[in-house]
Design a protein around this ligand. Structure first.
Ligand code: C2E
Ligand code: CA
Ligand code: CA
Length: 538
C-alpha cells in the first residue's frame, strides 16, 4: 500500500469516522449532562416530597394531639375519677400519646391520665405563651422510656400536656430513612437534632439556618461528604423541622452515566453519522465530481512546449499540454488525471476547453504565421465522438497548423470503422496527425502506410540514447529512415542535451522538442520566448 493509497484510505474512512466520533461525543456529553441535571432535579424533588410528607404526617398527629389538649382544657380542675376517666379515654384515642398531664400554675403536676398525685411533683412552671409548644425529651418514670412533651398553657396559667413516645417518633422517621442517609426532627433555629435516624450531620456553612420554609441544600456537610438535604418546618410547631438527607454520591454520582437504551442510541447515531459523512466525503473526493467542478471553474490550464526547427533554431510550433490548478492539491500533472478523465467521460469536454483557450492564447501568432504548428493530444474517446471531430474541423479553419497527437495503441483500433471514418474526415479537412511516443507501443507498421499520418514523434527513450552505442540509438536510426521512406516528418521528443541535438542533426531530424530548448510554459512565458525570435539553448 503506497502513501497515496493510505492517504485516500484515511480521507475516505478515518476522517468521516473521526468527525462522527467528535459529534457523537459532543451529543453524548450533552445527554449525560442533561441526564445528570434531570437526575438531580428528580432527587431534589423526591427528597422535598418525602420531607414534606413526613412533616405533614407529624403535623396531622400533632394537631390531633393539640385538639385533645384543647378538649382537656375545661376539665383541669381536680383529678377525680370522672376527670381520670375522661383523660384516659382521650389518651387511648391518640396512639402515640402515653400520658396526659395537668400542671398547675406553680408547676405542680396535679393529675395524669394514670393517677391523681397525692404528693407534689414539681415540674417546670408553665411559661406564659399561647399555643402548642414542645419540650423534652423527658423520661417517663414508670415506663422507663423517653417521651416528647407537647403542651399548652391555659388562661389561668395552668398547663395541659401530652407525652408522646419517642419510639413512635423514631419509627415515623425510620420509614423515611435510606440505609446510609439520615432523617431527623431538628430544632429549626439551631439545627440540633431532637429525634434522629441515621448518622446526623450538618452543612458546614450555617447560612441555611433558621429553617423557616421548605428548602433543599446541596453542600459539604461536617461528615466531609457532599450531601443533599431537604428541610420542611412543621406547621403545628414551626420551631421544629424535618430533615431528610443522603449522600449526593449515592443519589446522583454512582448512577450509571448512560442507560443501555442511550448507549444503543449513541452507537446508532455514530454509525449513521459515519455513513452520512462517508457518502458526503466520497461525493466530494470522488474524482468524477472533482473533474466536473474543475471544468465548471476552468481549473484546467494550458502549458505550451515549443517545437523547434533544428535548421534555424526557431520556434515553429507548440505542443499544448494540460495542467490542473487544483484548489487543494495545487498544480497537478496530466498523467495523474487524464486517464481517469477519459474513463469518466470528461476528457472530450476538457479538450474542448483546451482548444478554446489555446486559440485565444495563440491567435496573434497564428495570424502572423498560419503554418505555426499547434499539436494537441487526443485519445480514442475523441475519435469515437462525432461532436469532437466536428469541433476539430471547425478549429482547423482558425488554426491551420492544428495537429492531433495519437498514441499507437489508439491506432491498433483502426479496425474500428468509426475510428477509420474519423481519420478520413480529419484528413479531408486537412488536419494533420502525429503518432505520439512512437516506437514504444504497437510495432506493426502497416497502419503507417494506410493512415494519413504526417508526423512521427520519436519517444524520448530513443532520443536519450541518440549518439550512443545503445540498442535504442540504432532503433532511432531505423525510425528515422523508415519515416523518410514513408515521407513522414520526425519530431524528436525529450531533447535534453546539446549532444542529443547534434546527433539528431546528423540524422537530419528537423523538428526538436525538449527541455534543452524549453520546458512547457504558461502563455505569457511562451510569448516572451517568441518575442526573442530565437530560442536560447539552456
Ligand atoms: P506526451 O504527450 O508525451 O507529452 C510530453 C511530455 O514530456 C510532457 O509531460 C512534457 O512536459 C514532457 N517533456 C517535454 N520535454 C521533455 C524533456 O526534455 N525531458 C523530459 N524528461 N520530459 C519532457 P507532461 O506535460 O507532464 O505530459 C505528460 C503526458 O500527459 C503527455 O505525454 C500526454 O500523454 C499527457 N497529456 C498532457 N497534456 C495532455 C492533454 O492536453 N490531453 C491529453 N489527452 N493528454 C495530455
Ligand atoms: Ca504528446
Ligand atoms: Ca510523447
Amino acid at each position: 500500500m503506497n502513501i497515496m493509497m493510505l492517504q485516500r484510505w484515511f480521507i475516505k474512512l478515518l476522517t468521516p469516522a473521526l468527525i462522527s466520533a467528535v459529534i457523537t461525543a459532543f451529543v453524548s456529553i450533552s445527554i449525560i449532562y442533561e441526564q445528570q441535571q434531570n437526575r438531580k432535579a428528580l432527587q431534589y424533588n423526591n427528597m422535598s416530597i418525602k420531607s414534606r410528607q413526613l412533616a405533614e404526617w407529624l403535623d396531622t398527629n400533632f394537631s390531633i394531639i393539640n385538639n385533645v389538649l384543647l378538649e382537656v382544657e375545661p376539665i383541669t380542675q381536680g383529678c377525680d375519677n370522672t376527670v381520670l376517666f375522661e383523660l384516659r379515654s382521650l389518651m387511648f384515642n391518640v396512639a402515640p400519646v402515653v400520658e396526659i398531664g395537668i400542671v398547675d400554675k406553680n408547676g405542680i403536676l396535679t393529675c395524669t391520665s394514670w393517677q391523681k398525685h397525692n404528693y407534689s411533683i414539681q415540674v417546670q412552671v408553665p411559661p406564659d405563651t399561647y399555643g402548642l409548644r414542645f419540650s423534652g425529651p423527658v423520661t417517663v418514670e414508670y415506663m422507663k422510656q423517653p417521651a416528647f412533651v407537647l403542651a399548652r398553657t391555659l388562661k389561668d396559667g395552668s398547663e395541659v400536656n401530652a407525652l408522646v413516645r419517642m419510639s413512635w417518633l423514631h419509627n415515623q422517621l425510620k420509614n423515611y430513612s435510606s440505609e446510609l442517609g439520615f432523617t431527623g426532627l431538628i430544632d429549626s433555629d439551631t439545627g440540633e437534632a431532637i429525634v434522629l435516624n441515621g448518622h446526623y450531620s450538618k452543612p458546614r456553612q450555617k447560612q441555611y439556618l433558621p429553617i423557616d420554609d421548605d428548602k433543599i441544600v446541596q453542600a459539604y456537610f461536617d461528615n466531609h461528604r457532599e450531601q443533599i438535604a431537604a428541610y420542611s418546618p412543621l406547621a403545628t410547631l414551626p420551631g421544629l423541622s424535618i430533615v431528610i438527607s443522603d449522600e449526593k454520591r449515592l443519589l446522583i454520582d454512582d448512577q450509571p452515566l448512560l442507560s443501555p437504551t442511550w448507549i444503543a442510541i449513541i452507537i446508532i447515531l455514530w454509525a449513521a453519522l459515519c455513513a452520512a459523512f462517508n457518502s458526503l466525503f466520497s461525493y466530494f473526493t470522488d474524482t468524477g465530481h472533482q473533474l466536473r467542478n474543475a471544468l465548471k471553474r476552468e481549473e484546467f490550464i494550458n502549458y505550451y512546449q515549443p517545437i523547434i526547427s533544428n535548421a534555424d533554431k526557431k520556434i515553429v510550433g507548440v505542443e499544448v499540454l494540460m495542467r490542473w490548478q487544483h484548489p487543494i492539491e495545487g498544480f497537478k500533472s496530466p498523467i495523474t488525471f487524464i486517464p481517469e478523465a477519459e474513463e469518466k467521460g470528461y476528457l472530450n469536454r476538457m479538450t474542448s476547453q483546451q482548444l478554446k483557450k489555446g486559440y485565444r492564447d495563440l491567435q496573434s501568432t497564428i495570424e502572423q504565421d498560419p503554418s505555426f504548428i499547434v499539436t494537441i493530444n487526443i485519445s480514442a474517446s475523441h475519435l469515437l465522438s462525432s461532436y469532437a471531430i466536428d469541433e476539430f474541423i471547425r478549429y482547423k479553419a482558425l488554426i491551420p497548423g492544428l495537429t492531433l497527437e495519437v498514441t499507437e495503441d489508439v491506432l491498433i483500433d483502426d479496425a474500428n470503422k468509426t475510428i477509420r471514418a474519423a481519420f478520413t474526415a480529419l484528413n479531408q479537412a486537412g488536419i494533420k496527425i502525429a503518432i505520439d511516443d512512437f516506437g514504444t507501443g504497437y510495432c506493426g507498421l502497416s497502419y503507417l502506410s494506410q493512415l494519413p499520418v504526417t508526423y512521427l514523434k520519436a519517444d524520448k527513450s530513443f532520443i536519450a540514447s541518440a549518439g550512443t552505442d545503445a540498442m535504442n540509438a540504432h532503433v532511432l536510426e531505423m525510425i528515422v529512415s523508415l519515416a523518410k521512406n514513408l515521407g513522414l516528418i520526425i519530431i524528436a521528443e525529450g531533447v535534453e542535451t546539446i549532444e542529443q541535438s547534434q546527433s539528431l542533426d546528423e540524422l537530419k531530424v528537423e523538428l526538436h522538442q525538449g527541455w534543452l530548448y524549453s520546458k512547457a510554459l504558461p502563455i505569457d512565458d511562451l510569448y516572451s520566448l517568441l518575442d526573442q525570435h530565437d530560442v536560447i539553448i539552456q
